[in-house]
Design a protein around this ligand. Structure first.
Ligand SMILES: NC(=O)c1ccc[n+]([C@@H]2O[C@H](COP(=O)([O-])OP(=O)(O)OC[C@H]3O[C@@H](n4cnc5c(N)ncnc54)[C@H](OP(=O)(O)O)[C@@H]3O)[C@@H](O)[C@H]2O)c1
Length: 251
């Protein structure tokens, strides 16, 4: 039986990677799906493929978020689940960190996510579910990942506060922290294909299951957290990482 029937869900960054795979699974589970993204062509194409509603919203731009809320209000949309998935990643050694690098990551991954949620909250039904897409990077201590790691740690901290603040409305708030997932994000890191292959090999060796996750393996958990099967789960972070965070001293 479909697990998200009669639920209206919104997925940020739904035109690519984990967001796209989740939108697909949500549709298969009977949900009404709204995807957002910043690239009009990519969002329109994904929305058509997914039979979803596609809305343009650059989460680094607060006025663009107002446009998103206005569009949802015009459609009289009420939401049952929000997957705050959109994010970016770039890495640099701490000594080479620049203000521009810091601002870019923090504007999208922290400020953008916070204000997306603040603006969507009045549209979220009581009893709804909020899911943040965070990362094992928040706790791994991976070299060169400082700003990105800090951005995801900020979301985990926020999710716990929100779980408390929103509990009176029976709204549940949780994080999914993936390990490495095969998505287009690695093509956006500023590395050439040889460097990506080397980085992927190095990471895969550290994962107990010796492979990256597929985006669908993250989407399956998002389905669980969006629906009633997880009705007593709030304020927590669920790690989906093939075992990369297990202490691998003897591995
Ligand atoms: N892949 C991994 O190994 C991994 C691991 C842990 C956590 N994550 C997290 O998973 C999430 C999804 O990443 P992914 O791997 O699926 O990468 P992806 O394929 O690059 O997808 C990221 C999505 O976010 C969108 N986005 C980026 N900046 C945006 C903005 N300012 N406003 C609106 N949308 C924006 C992207 O739009 P464009 O198409 O326009 O760029 C894209 O749709 C991210 O938060 C990432 O940090 C990924």
């Amino acid at each position: 039986m479909a697990r998200l029937t009669q639920l209206t869900t919104l997925i940020t960054g739904g035109n690519s990677g984990i967001g796209y795979a989740t939108a697909k699974k949500f549709k298969e589970e009977g949900a009404v799906v709204i995807i957002t993204g910043r690239n009009a062509h990519a969002v329109a194409q994904a929305a058509e493929e997914l039979d979803a509603v596609g809305l343009i919203s650059d989460q680094a731009d607060l006025s663009s978020l107002d446009g998103l809320v206005a569009a949802l209000n015009v459609a009289e949309s009420k939401l049952d689940a929000i997957f705050l998935n959109a994010g970016i990643a770039t890495f640099a050694p701490f000594e080479q960190m620049t203000e521009a690098h810091y601002d870019e990551i923090m504007n999208v991954n922290v400020k953008g996510v916070l204000f997306t949620l603040q603006k969507l909250l009045p549209l979220l039904n009581n009893g709804g579910s909020i899911i943040f897409n965070t990362s094992v990077n928040a706790t791994l201590g991976m070299p060169n990942s400082g700003v990105y790691a800090a951005s995801k740690a900020a979301l985990i901290a926020l999710s716990r506060v929100l779980a408390t603040e929103l509990a009176p409305r029976q709204i549940r708030v949780n994080c999914i922290s993936p390990g490495p997932v095969e998505t287009p994000v690695y093509e956006k890191l500023g590395m050439d294909s040889e460097q990506i292959a080397g980085f992927s090999k190095l990471l895969s060796e550290k994962i107990l299951l010796k492979r990256f996750a597929q985006a669908e393996e993250i989407a399956q958990l998002a389905v669980f957290l969006a629906g009633k099967e997880s009705s007593f789960i709030t304020g927590t972070e669920i790690v989906v990482d093939g075992g990369i965070t297990v202490n691998a001293v003897l591995n």
